[in-house]
Design a protein around this ligand. Structure first.
Ligand code: DNO
Length: 401
């Protein structure tokens, strides 16, 4: 069985551990959200969160994320200091028995959406990525005009037209959505107004001048070669999260986007601690990604899964579909994962469980938008979890027959 887990954002999360326990969740996915990015996570802070989770009848199954400081990603002068802190945090987590650690290696910006309240025909709302809005943000709000060549002419024209028709309020909302709202609760930027947000954001982008795919890959390998021996010693599975959306953005390279990338990562560092977070939602936003084929290629190193689906459109847009709809072949994915779990259990009866969290959810009746982080409503995720759990129970029954 996949372990049923749930992302909890700590004490500031309006969704409480009691709420989460009540719906049958077994494990919590969380981080020390109150600590700044890059510092060592002290044992007593880890213990506090862990025992709080345990006092609610659950376990702290996954750290998401132990953030990788930007200096590690762009190889800044303090990278070895941040890597040393990372190793200390891994040791401390291992000592406390927290053994699955998710992280990402996306420069500057983690996940990207342009609309957090896209109305679905059925009445709920979903997260949406509008390609033209994103180009408006890039070329006309950030004003990264020098790099405009990345986009075909007709896209630049369409973005220009849209920009002309936008009100100031709409422009501010787009900046707020992309830079502040989606990033803010993860490890993001806080700014008082939208001009400051743009300035800070552009400074961060400029730190990657001269860093292309090869350089970023080299920096990831450097990081992995340093931290995997500690992870291995502590019995920790480190699991890199794919890029969302899986493509280069804003002139920044992205290196966890497709089959070739995943295979490269596993080959670049062959430690068993070098694992993958298989996020079906992120990977499915590129319609060239064949998810089943990709899962087969890396399945032995999949240590954590995020299950959700997207619906892509021919114009480059995508939105988050219901968990069992959209383009992800969810039943086949879950079946494949359950077969792999069975294989692991046969080889090693102490095999770590594979935690699964439903990633994101629609905002549905009963959810009040101010009571959750974007993408993480209670009812919408509960629906996804119930569907996926039903699916897995059904598949397990069939596999036994
Ligand atoms: C957004 C998430 C990402 C993801 C991190 C993992 O909702 O999918 O923030 O958790 O990138 O490091």
């Amino acid at each position: 069985m996949l372990e049923k887990t749930w992302r909890w954002f700590g004490y500031n999360d309006a969704i409480t551990l009691d709420d989460i326990r009540a719906i049958g969740v077994e494990g919590i996915v969380t981080a020390l959200h109150h600590l700044p990015n890059g510092v060592e996570w002290p044992v007593d802070e880890i213990e506090k969160v862990k025992s709080n989770i345990e006092s609610h009848g659950m376990t702290w199954s996954v750290v998401e994320s132990l953030p990788v400081h930007e200096e590690i990603k762009y190889a800044g002068s303090n990278r070895d200091l941040y890597i040393s802190n990372y190793k200390k945090s891994l040791r401390n987590l291992g000592q406390c028995g927290v053994r699955t650690v998710c992280y990402n290696f996306m420069p500057v910006i983690d996940w990207i959406r342009t609309d957090l309240d896209y109305k679905l025909p059925e009445g709920g709302t979903s997260l949406y990525f509008d390609f033209i809005d994103f180009v408006v943000f890039d070329l006309f709000l950030l004003k990264r005009l020098a790099d405009a060549v990345e986009y075909p002419n007709h896209i630049i024209e369409a973005a220009g037209e849209r920009y002309k028709r936008m009100t100031l309020q709409q422009k501010m909302k787009l900046v707020d959505t992309i830079i502040i709202k989606t990033q803010g609760f993860i490890d993001g930027i806080s700014a008082d107004n939208y001009e400051d947000a743009i300035t800070i954001f552009k400074e961060r982008l400029s730190q990657y001048d001269g860093i292309g795919k090869d350089e970023l890959r080299a920096n990831l390998k450097y990081f992995l070669d340093e931290v995997t021996p500690v992870a291995e010693e502590m019995g920790i599975a480190l699991c890199i999260h794919p890029d969302d959306p899986p493509m280069p953005v804003l002139g920044l390279p992205r290196i966890v986007s497709n089959s070739e990338d995943l295979k490269w990562i596993l080959k670049a560092n062959t430690s068993p601690a070098n694992g993958i977070t298989f996020c079906t939602g992120s990977l499915s936003a590129n319609k060239n990604n064949d998810l089943l084929e990709m899962l087969d290629e890396v399945i032995e190193r999949v240590k954590f899964v995020h299950l959700r689906s997207t619906q892509t459109k021919s114009n480059g847009d995508f939105y988050e579909a219901e968990h069992l709809k959209g383009s992800v072949p969810m039943p086949a994915i879950v079946k494949r994962l359950l077969e792999e779990i069975r294989r692991r259990e046969k080889c090693d009866e102490n095999a770590l469980r594979v935690p699964m969290r439903v990633d994101h959810g629609h905002v549905l009746p009963g959810d009040s938008p101010e009571k959750h982080n974007p993408g993480y409503p209670f009812v919408g995720r509960l629906k996804g979890l119930a569907e996926i759990d039903g699916l897995q129970q059904g598949i397990i029954t069939m596999l036994k027959e």
